[in-house]
Design a protein around this ligand. Structure first.
Ligand code: FES
Length: 122
């Protein structure tokens, strides 16, 4: 039987448009079954309140606002389980970066800029 670690490392890609992105690694107290979102919330609450991320429904898998890249694969942070081997979390690579883990996930048809441009004939 493998011992459950007291902490796990999670690396988060940080940065905003126009800035050089960088990775920061945090040690998070581990609880069996915790999600990537649980870890990011813990980091923001206890270590670094500047980490930008977004979520809404938490585990209902309904809002899709928590989508991030976990080890390069698109996942819902609220349902992705935290690996005891450590992991890297970054923003979605196919969406426009806003800051850190937050990307613009609004569908183009619902984007206010698109709607106004179409209304104004542009
Ligand atoms: S927080 Fe809503 S789907 Fe993850």
């Amino acid at each position: 039987m493998t011992a459950v670690p007291e902490t796990v490392s999670i690396s988060i890609q940080r940065g905003a448009p126009g800035e050089e992105s960088h990775v920061e690694t945090y040690d998070v107290p581990y609880r069996e079954g915790m999600s990537v979102l649980d870890a990011v919330v813990w980091i923001r609450t206890h270590v670094d309140s500047s980490v930008a991320f977004r979520y809404s429904c938490v585990n209902a898998n309904a809002c899709k606002e928590c989508m991030v890249a976990v080890n390069g694969k698109t996942e819902y942070a609220c349902t992705a389980r935290l690996s005891t081997d450590g992991m890297t979390v970054g923003p979605l690579t196919n969406k426009t970066l806003i800051r850190d883990l937050v990307t613009d996930i609004v569908p183009p048809k619902e984007n206010l800029r698109t709607i106004l441009a179409e209304r104004d004939g542009g």
